[in-house]
Design a protein around this ligand. Structure first.
Ligand code: BGC
Length: 715
């Protein structure tokens, strides 16, 4: 704690301190959360705004970047840092102090409603992308908030469900990205999850907040609740929650609501849609009730002081506002940020390209300049900006797949084929999507799409799912009649390319009938531009899967209702550490496309792979050569097998990776260093333990395409 913070704490009265541990309504109405500051002592207000796909300031615009899962598909932490810097500068340009992102929850179930807001089923990939993003955001002088701590892996029953999970799975899968955010990313704030973990709400979870986060990891930043996610006064205050958000009741937060609240009134308040979720009926626990608990002696005032000092220290540590200068009322702000610059537009496109995964290609891609293209798909004339919920961003500009292809193809036609897929939104009236749909209902027919496909050189079918915060997907099938449409087009077209814009894995029942499949996730405002660049070979599809594509939802460990969405308010994490590819490997289930998979237009050879032991672990060195005729990107992936462990361990676990871009004929040597700790498993009695003996290192192009396996002695 700086001396300025200590001095301020001494000056603040009890009532003034209480006002700094819960939010209030933002007088400007743009922030997602607001702490009023203190005029008397010159403490400025703190404004907090949603991410993580871009800045969501109410009623304002910002760059709509690709979804987090697309960023993760780039397997490029440096790109995450560039993204973080850009979104941090946009946060500053909106005059907001804190961004509510990144989200680093593990993708446990393929149906998770917010999977697009998270990175991966793998903790190592999540950690690397999270740290890059956080460092970027905070380099712009604003604070990042890593969320949702922890085990917020589903939306169904999210306010009550208890993730019943072993300590080992918490340590090995669900906590590492948060730990890296704190220990490596030096993140300023951590948001608690809505759910319970092993029976205790996360806002009340003393062991995970005080013992693990603030104790073991030495987190000295601010613990913020999720919105209306605080569930008690005394327990939460003692557990380590520092700031209750938004700190006001729903009617004050969204003044357009009538006094009865949203629950009783089916008409949505202005600026929100009928999809805006019902809010738990909770009072402001850290307002009057906290003051009473302190005055009655139930809670020691030093607990409150610690919370206030964390908020003040956070302000002091960011470049934007300097406690030492509060009294002059002039923040030490030397960066006003920037918004919607040409560089941000380019970055949005570059991330979309880098995150595009070429799942399969029978040689039809890239298309040639002279190809005529039939663009088909219910929503192909609109950019897929994101999913529904608090992460929705309104961009200044956007390019739809149709427009992108039209600007690049010799000739392009368009048919929806089937009615538009409705898109969930908390903030836009989803009726508008339906209205579009019904306007064209009479005109959309699979037959018309088939005719268009038959008379073009190539059919590009753009398909999508609909995912949103607050609900999980019903299934991982493409919604509506999109599968039927793809089947029909594939039967008629000379060549068929399917473009998926999905929040995560979907079933691909027509896979054998089509010639190429691209997964572009939710590509954001540059959707069409990025897609055209990849389709016509101006850019290499740079993505590799951050999640396993199974053949159906029953392939995953969450197939049983007790595991997901749970019964009697409990989701049993019985699979333990076997999530994602760890589960597919353990159960010997053949994935449709494995974790880490993705093709390039270039062809890479792994000439020589060596693993040499170092003082602290080993170095994996790969000589890589692009033997193809185009420039492209390779992602070297290093997995460890903790074969010497006395407990069941996954066959392979990602421990390191490196993305390399190489021109045709070029070669490079890549070295990835592993530490001894990379071989550790978590023993419930003795903590992190490196098993003594012979473990394995696997080097490959995906979790199932292993080029070399070497034994490594960790004795
Ligand atoms: C979400 C958070 C978000 C907050 C504020 C909650 O519903 O879970 O991720 O930051 O709302 O909008």
């Amino acid at each position: 704690m700086g001396s300025d913070v200590t001095a301020l704490l001494e000056e603040l009265t009890l009532a003034e301190k209480i006002r700094l541990v819960h939010g209030a309504a933002d007088p400007d109405g743009t922030a997602t959360g607001y702490v009023p500051g203190n005029d008397r002592l010159g403490i400025p207000p703190v404004t907090v705004v949603d991410g993580p796909l871009g800045v969501r300031a109410m009623g304002e615009r910002a760059t709509a970047f690709p979804a987090s899962i697309a960023l993760a598909a780039s397997w490029d932490p440096e790109l995450a840092r560039e993204f973080g810097t850009a979104v941090g500068r946009e946060t500053a340009a909106h005059d907001q102090d804190v961004l509510l992102g990144p989200g680093v929850n593990i993708i446990r179930t393929p149906a998770g409603g917010r999977n697009f807001e998270y990175y991966s089923e793998d903790p190592q990939l999540s950690a690397r992308m999270g740290v890059g993003t956080i460092e970027g955001i905070q380099s712009a002088g604003v604070s990042a908030t890593v969320k949702h701590y922890v085990a917020n892996n589903q939306e169904t029953n999210r306010y009550e469900v208890s993730a019943d999970v072993s300590e080992r799975a918490l340590r090995e899968l669900y906590l590492p990205a948060f730990r890296a955010a704190v220990e490596e990313g030096d993140v300023d704030a951590v948001m608690t999850a809505y759910n319970r973990v092993n029976g205790i709400h996360m806002s009340d979870h003393e062991r995970l907040l005080s013992d693990v986060l603030k104790g073991e990891w030495d987190f000295d930043g601010l613990v913020v609740s999720d919105w209306w996610g605080t569930r008690s006064t005394v327990d939460a205050a003692r557990a380590g929650l520092d700031l209750e958000m938004p700190g006001v009741e729903l009617t004050e937060y969204l003044p357009e609501l009538d006094a009865d609240g949203f629950d009783d009134d089916p008409s949505p308040p202005n600026g929100t849609s009928s999809d805006f979720p019902p809010i738990p009926d909770v009072p402001a626990y850290f307002g009057e009730p906290l003051r009473e608990a302190i005055e009655s002696g139930e809670i020691d005032e030093s607990i409150l002081d610690e919370k206030v000092s964390r908020l003040l220290s956070m302000l002091e540590s960011t470049g934007r506002q300097n406690v030492a200068e509060f009294e002059t009322g002039s923040p030490s702000d030397d960066s006003t940020g920037e918004l919607d610059t040409p560089a941000h537009r380019e970055l949005a496109r570059d991330i979309a390209i880098a995150g595009t995964v070429l799942l399969t290609n029978d040689g039809v891609l890239p298309l040639s300049e002279s190809d005529s293209v039939a663009v088909i798909g219910p929503n192909a004339d609109a950019a897929k900006l994101g999913g529904g919920g608090s992460s929705e961003v309104s961009p200044f500009t956007e390019t739809a797949p149709l427009a992108g292809i039209e600007s690049r193809a010799a000739d392009a036609s368009f048919e929806r084929g089937v009615n538009p897929i409705a898109e969930s939104s908390f903030f836009a009236d989803s009726e508008s999507a339906d209205a579009n749909g019904s306007a064209s209902t009479g005109e959309t027919s699979i037959d018309d799409a088939v005719s268009a496909a038959a008379s073009a050189d190539c059919a590009v079918v753009v398909a999508q799912d609909d995912a949103t915060e607050f609900t999980d997907r019903d299934s991982i099938e493409l919604p509506g009649r999109q599968n039927e449409l793809i089947d029909a087009v594939a039967a008629a077209a000379e060549r068929t390319v399917v473009v998926l814009r999905t929040s995560g894995p979907v079933e691909l029942p027509w896979l054998d009938a089509v010639d190429a499949v691209l997964e572009t996730w939710y590509p954001g405002q540059a959707d069409g531009e990025a897609l055209a660049a990849v389709l016509f070979g101006d850019a290499d599809p740079g993505g590799r899967l951050p999640v396993t594509f199974g053949r159906s939802a029953t392939d995953y460990p969450t197939a049983d209702e007790t595991a997901f969405p749970g019964t009697d308010d409990i989701a049993q994490y019985e699979e333990g550490v076997f999530v994602g590819y760890r589960y597919f490997d353990d159960r010997d289930i053949e994935p449709l496309f494995p974790f880490g998979h993705g093709q390039s237009y270039a062809t890479f050879e792994y000439d020589d792979v060596t693993v040499s032991e170092t003082d602290d672990g080993c170095d994996v060195t790969v000589d890589l050569r692009n033997v193809g005729t185009r420039a492209g990107k390779a992602v070297v992936q290093v997995y460890v097998g903790k074969s010497a462990a006395p407990v069941p361990t996954p066959e392979r676990e990602l421990a390191g990776f490196e993305s390399v871009e190489l021109g045709a004929g070029d070669s490079a040597t890549v070295t990835i260093s592993l530490a001894r700790e990379d071989f550790a498993y978590y023993d419930e009695d003795s903590g992190w333990t490196v098993p003594d003996g012979s473990n394995t290192v696997h080097v490959g192009r995906s979790s199932r395409d292993i080029q070399t396996t070497v034994d490594v002695d960790t004795r």
